[in-house]
Structure formats: structure tokens, C-alpha cells
Design a binder for this molecule. Structure first.
Ligand code: GAL
Length: 654
């Protein structure tokens, strides 16, 4: 199991490095991300390289038996480069150019930036490609975090080129975007601009394409760095750290995953989210989904508080280990922290680290040390895969993007909201779920869920219908299948892509205002959304008892070939969602991961002839999982059941 974190020794004098390596050994660290933001200290002036400090720390880490994920330092362009070439920086919607002082200030469409970055990458690879500590290349850092979208003139040229490659003629663009409305007709590609500041809102087709272009532009930069690394060091794997749950990110990671040797993700919990451990599980399942089930790496998470939310909650005892182990349970073969030693100066002074301001005599360091020992005991788990689920939640980046553009029936339909709620309900019932893009192979699933899958291509709609015809069970929620992949609304009644499959038709949406609820005639409570749905061959499972839609069906089901198609026209509250999941589990004969008390989070990883059942206790009392085996963490053997202490985790090997 990879264990360790981001290490920024450049912040410290070299005597601290010796202490660090000793503490790393004590904590069982075997893997650090090095050099992530160090370009300005390695190339101190244009073409002038100073490697001394990096040579010394790499040797020191190697002597300590610690492997290095060496970062190309391109996430932070040096001050001299930004001053010589301010045009490499991103420009926002209002034409404001990013200044020096932060990080990721560069535009992926800047040819000048690309030239300097690749020269740096080549120099680094040539110098350290054979260093015995080198395990993995870590390209840049969270590409798209601070540089997701650029609106510069140079970007505009790249954007037009991208459109031309996609559409060939400008009339095809006009048709796709419906640019006749508001008189936006374009006579040439040269007239098209990035979505710069405009009043009244941009065309949604343009916005969706600009998101795709921006993802591709960043991906192209990643690929350019990766190709230099592959050329110089063909045997060293290459990755970059994704941030799969970020609301503002632009990267379509299902596509990015094809270009990395191992999928790596960063994850941070949100202080204000009461379901933060469920959100973490959703994130980990999504990461595994784009990794196509292969083991992946948790490149960053925090030991405790971060410093970028308005209130940065610290993790109470035990949460650090539960968080790390939940990622491992869901397919990570390692868990690393940002960052090793908490900064005293610089932009992240109050971000937790492994070694806090208080030093190693601290709760956090002690917990990391204990976790390091656990990680060693989990070695047999490495390389095993999460047992394939029978349920898939479809989650696409296009839908998430399009849902965030606003000017829709309800801004409360947030891209991750329903997917997370449904994932949480299946997880609470100990039913394994995969979270996969709609391009995934669905053939092994019994149940496929489309929670607010707003953008659906014809090809995806056909595959989903075929899945049901072939005996699968499909659940479609409100506001799914509404637009095609050009972001144009499908005509003839909602939900256009699935009206025939579901045997229903809606002619108008009736979203509810915030905090308004409706009751269903089976006693369930729902909110957020209702619609004037008519049955066209489906049966109503329940209808609204109250509200403007009283007596209108709220959940429907139709037969589809040898399968079924269920429509959920409203957002169930948590209690109702659990009942709904119970009902679906019966319909699709979904197995539970193991027989266990409620409150335990269960995941099973399987090797060729071994099973590893992870049971994580998120409650304040001890709970039981009824399966025998050896708990890898405590080493104890159990015949028929294992007790999981309050806040603790067991990994039952059998
Ligand atoms: C990540 C980033 C790290 C660090 C961390 C703090 O997004 O990659 O460099 O800033 O956030 O939580």
C-alpha cells in the first residue's frame, strides 16, 4: 500500500529534512510526492537550472527507503517566466489576466508556456529518470484547478480550431447551437468567441462545447508532458492527480483516464456536509468507475482541517483512519496526504499536515503512525479489485456541466445531488454500487440508475433501452434524458430520450420552491420537483397526495422487453429513498455485501481466491458483521461474526 504524502522540503532547512526522513520511517511512509510546485527553485532564471537541493533530498529519501512520485513542477510557473511572458496567464470572462502570486496561472493554449514547460519536463526527466527513488511521474498538479477556463485571444484561436475539427462547417455549428435565436448566427468560425462576459446568458450549446474544449486543452497539455516523460523514461509510469468531485472542475475524467498509467485522485471532505463520509464513498466509487475497476491511487487527502473552506472543521480522533481506509476499501492501493509537514509560511499555513505545527507529539502524528502500521498489514489487499456491483449509477461529466449553466426550471437540481443521495441509500442498505459513465459496459448489471442524467446521446439512450429489453431494470429520475449531446431539448414531451421506454409523457415541469414538500399517497415525502406526468402504458406505483400535482403519478413503472423501466418524478427524502431502494432491491434481486448491522459501511475487495470484507463503523457504538475470517488489522480470528468497535474498521480476510 502506498502511504505518505506531498513533501515540500524546499520550505525547510536541510537539518529538518533529516528529521523528516526519520519521522517518515517511524510512520511507515513509503511514498512521497516531491517537487510539485518547485519550478522557480529548479530553473532559477531562463534556462539556468539548479538541481542541488533536489539531488540531495532524493538521495536522502532513497537512503531512507522512501519511494518518490516526482512531479513535473509545471503547476506553478516561475516569477521570471510570468514577468517575461505575461501572455501565458489565463484571462477571465471579463478580460482580466491572472497575475503572479498564485499557482496554475497559465493557459493550456499558450504555445509559449508549452515550450517552457516541456523544456523543464525534459530536463527533469533526463536528470532523474534513472534515480533509484523514482517510482512514478506526477504530472503538474490538479490541471484545471485554478486554470479551468481561459478566455484569452490565443485561447480563442485554439477554440475555433477545436470547433472546426468537430463541426467542419460553421453552419453545422449554427445548427447545433440553435444560434438563430437572439440573432447569434455566425458567418465564419472567426466570429466565434469564448464565452466572455455578456449580459443575458450565453448559448447553452456553446457553453457545453466550451467546457469540452477546455477539458481537451488541458488534457492536451498533460499528454504533451507525458509524451516527453515516456520518451525519456519509457519504463516509469505516468499519472496526474484528478479532482473528481470538484464542482468547478472542467476535466472530463472518463476521457482523461484513458491517458494515464494509473488513475490518481485527490479528495477533501467538506466541513458543512453532514454526509461527508458518504460523499467520500461516492467519490471513491466514481474514481474506480473511470478506472474501469482497476486499482487506483488516492494522491491527496487531509489528515485533518483544510484552509480553503469558510470554516475548516478538524477531524475528530479516528476520522483520519476511516477516511483513508474507505478509499482503500473502494479500490485505492494507497492513500497519501497533502502535506507532510504543515507550513509555517505561505498560502497554506493553516492546512493540516502529517507533522502539525505542534510537532510529532500530537494526535495527528500518532494517528498517522498507527495508520502506517495498519497499511503494512493490508499488504495482501494490494492488487485485489472491488467486487463488481449489480447496480450502476450513471454519472456523466457532460450532464454535470450542463446542469450547472443555470437558466433552467430549478437551480436546486444540482449535478451531484441526486446521484449522491441514491448512492448513500444503496450503501446504507449494504448494496454495492458502481458509479460509471454512460459509455460503460452495462451487461453485468441487474439495475441501472440514471439520477438527473440530463444530457443523453442517442447512442446512450439506445444502449439503456436495449439493457432493459434484455431483462435489465432501469430507473430514470426527473430531469434525465432532456437534451441530446448538443444540449438541445428533445421534442414531443419529457423525458425525450426515455419517454417510449418509460411509457409516460410529461408536458410541463412543476418544480417546488425551497423547503416545499409534497406527500405521496404511500406516505412518502418528497421535495424539489414534480411534473404533470401522464401514463402512456406505464402503471403508477404512487401518486402525489398533496400539492398542485395531487393525484398525478409520482413514480411509475413499465415493462420493457423482459426488463422494467421505473420513473422517479420527484426527489424522495432520505427515509423514503431507503424504502425505494428496498423495493428496487427486491425487484432486481440485489444481493447484500454481507449480513451486518445498520451503520456499518461495507465493501468487499476480491483477489484470485481471497475476499477482503471492509467494515467501517461510522457510529459511536460497536456493531457486528456476520462473517467469519481473520481481521487483517488486529490479526484476530473470528468464526462466524466480527465486532467492529465504535469508529473503528475491520478488514475480514476469508
Ligand atoms: C489540493 C492541491 C494541493 C493543496 C490541497 C489543499 O487541491 O492539489 O496542492 O493545495 O488542495 O487542500
Amino acid at each position: 500500500m502506498a502511504f505518505g504524502g506531498d513533501y515540500s522540503p524546499e520550505q525547510w532547512s536541510e537539518d529538518v529534512w533529516t528529521d523528516d526522513v526519520a519521522l517518515m520511517r517511524r510512520a511507515g511512509v513509503n511514498s512521497v510526492n516531491l517537487g510539485v510546485f518547485s519550478w522557480g527553485l529548479l530553473e532559477v532564471a531562463d534556462g539556468v537550472f539548479e538541481w542541488g537541493w533536489l539531488d540531495r533530498i532524493l538521495d536522502l529519501l532513497h537512503e531512507g527507503g522512501i519511494g518518490v512520485n516526482l512531479a513535473t513542477p509545471t503547476a506553478a510557473p516561475p516569477i521570471w517566466l510570468l514577468r517575461a511572458h505575461p501572455e501565458i496567464a489565463t484571462v477571465d470572462e471579463r478580460g482580466v489576466r491572472t497575475s503572479q502570486g498564485g499557482r496554475l496561472a497559465w493557459s493550456p493554449s499558450s504555445a509559449t508556456f508549452r515550450r517552457y514547460a516541456l523544456r523543464m519536463v525534459r530536463a527533469l526527466a533526463e536528470r532523474y529518470g534513472e534515480h533509484p527513488a523514482l517510482r512514478l511521474w506526477h504530472v503538474s498538479n490538479e490541471l484545471g484547478n485554478e486554470n479551468a477556463r481561459c478566455h484569452s485571444d490565443e485561447t480563442a484561436v485554439a477554440w475555433r480550431r477545436w470547433l472546426e475539427a468537430r463541426y467542419t462547417t460553421v453552419d453545422a455549428v449554427n445548427d447545433s447551437w440553435g444560434s438563430a435565436f437572439w440573432g447569434h448566427h455566425y458567418a465564419s468560425f472567426a466570429q466565434i468567441e469564448p464565452p466572455r462576459f455578456a449580459r443575458g446568458g450565453h448559448n447553452p450549446g456553446l457553453l457545453l462545447d466550451f467546457e469540452r474544449f477546455s477539458s481537451d486543452a488541458l488534457l492536451e497539455h498533460y499528454v504533451a508532458e507525458r509524451d516527453v516523460l515516456r520518451e525519456v523514461t519509457p519504463d516509469i509510469p505516468v499519472t496526474t492527480n484528478f479532482m473528481i468531485m470538484s464542482y468547478t472542475q472542467v476535466d472530463d475524467y472518463a476521457r482523461w483516464a484513458e491517458e494515464v498509467d494509473v488513475v490518481a485522485n485527490d479528495h477533501y471532505t467538506m466541513s458543512a456536509d453532514p454526509f461527508r463520509h458518504a460523499e467520500l464513498s461516492f467519490s471513491a466509487d466514481r474514481t474506480r468507475g473511470i478506472a474501469k475497476g482497476d486499482p487506483w491511487l488516492l494522491m491527496e487527502h487531509s489528515t485533518s482541517a483544510v484552509n480553503w473552506q469558510s470554516i475548516n472543521r478538524a477531524k475528530p480522533p479516528g476520522e483520519l483512519a476511516r477516511n483513508s481506509l474507505a478509499h482503500i476499501a473502494r479500490g485505492a492501493d494507497g492513500a497519501l496526504f497533502f502535506q507532510w509537514r504543515m507550513s509555517t509560511a505561505g498560502a497554506e499555513q493553516f492546512h493540516s499536515g502529517v507533522v502539525p505545527h505542534a510537532g510529532a507529539d500530537s494526535k495527528i502524528f500518532r494517528e498517522v503512525e498507527a495508520l502506517g502500521a495498519t497499511m503494512k498489514r493490508l499488504a495482501p489487499v494490494v492488487g485485489s479489485r472491488v467486487q463488481p456491483a449489480r447496480v450502476a449509477i450513471l454519472f456523466d461529466h457532460d450532464s454535470a456541466s450542463a446542469l450547472s449553466f443555470g437558466r433552467m426550471p430549478s437551480d436546486l437540481v444540482a449535478p451531484q445531488d441526486l446521484p449522491k443521495r441514491m448512492h448513500r441509500a444503496f450503501t446504507a442498505r449494504h448494496i454495492a454500487v458502481d458509479v460509471v459513465p454512460s459509455t460503460a459496459d452495462l451487461s453485468e448489471y441487474a439495475l441501472v440508475v440514471l439520477p438527473t442524467l440530463y444530457v443523453v446521446s442517442n447512442a446512450a439512450a439506445d444502449r439503456i433501452a436495449e439493457f432493459a429489453q434484455g431483462g435489465g431494470h432501469v430507473v430514470v429520475s426527473y430531469f434525465s434524458g432532456i437534451v441530446d449531446d448538443t444540449n438541445r431539448v428533445r421534442q414531443g414531451g419529457y423525458p425525450g430520450a426515455f419517454r417510449d421506454l418509460l411509457k409516460i409523457r410529461t408536458d410541463e415541469f412543476f418544480p417546488l420552491v425551497e423547503h416545499e414538500t409534497v406527500e405521496l399517497d404511500n406516505g412518502w415525502v418528497a421535495d424539489l420537483w414534480t411534473e404533470s406526468l401522464e401514463l402512456r402504458g406505464a402503471t403508477a406505483l404512487t401518486a402525489y397526495r398533496s400539492g398542485e400535482m395531487a393525484d398525478v403519478p409520482a413514480i411509475t413503472r413499465a415493462t420493457a422487453g423482459s426488463g422494467t423501466a421505473t420513473y422517479l418524478a420527484t426527489r424522495l427524502n432520505d427515509a423514503a429513498m431507503l424504502h425505494f431502494v428496498d423495493e428496487l432491491a427486491e425487484l432486481a434481486e440485489l444481493p447484500v455485501i454481507a449480513d451486518a448491522d445498520a451503520g456499518l459501511e461495507l465493501v468487499r475487495r476480491v483477489g484470485p481466491d481471497t475476499s477482503f470484507l471492509f467494515a467501517i463503523n461510522h457510529t459511536a457504538h460497536s456493531l457486528t458483521v456476520r462473517q467469519g475470517g481473520t481481521d487483517l488489522i488486529s490479526g484476530s480470528r473470528h468464526d462466524a461474526s466480527v465486532e467492529v468497535p465504535a469508529g473503528g474498521t475491520v478488514v475480514v480476510m476469508s
